[in-house]
Design a protein around this ligand. Structure first.
Ligand code: FES
Length: 111
């Protein structure tokens, strides 16, 4: 519920070619924000970084800043996906919501 979010940050989501805005709370995981907003993300392992089904693409549209790269373990999981895009692919369970994230289009990958 929006009223429970104390440090709300607008996130730009693209899911099944439909763009919408979702509110995230600073420092929660992107996965938590997506699940609270009922955005369909499989997340089979529940955020334990073992399934790769919370795959998203971060596409800059309001920034030239580079988003922090995934670590080696996350990158290995992402590379298993046929939708993997170097420089854009991330796991929603491994990203923290912050103001930088609001400068990206977050595309939900349907694995
Ligand atoms: S929820 Fe399984 S890797 Fe993110």
């Amino acid at each position: 519920m929006i009223s429970n979010i104390t440090n709300a940050i607008s996130l730009n989501i693209v899911e099944s070619d439909i763009e919408k805005t979702v509110l995230g709370e600073k420092d929660e995981s992107l996965l938590e924000a997506l699940q609270r907003a009922n955005v369909p993300v499989a997340a089979i392992c529940g955020g334990q970084m073992s399934c790769g089904t919370c795959h998203v693409l971060l596409q800059p549209y309001n920034t030239k800043e580079e988003f922090k790269s995934p670590d080696a373990e996350e990158e290995m999981l992402l590379e298993d996906s046929c939708y993997y895009m170097q420089g854009q692919s991330r796991l929603a369970c491994q990203i923290k919501v912050d103001k930088q994230l609001s400068k990206y289009k977050i595309v939900i990958v349907q694995e």
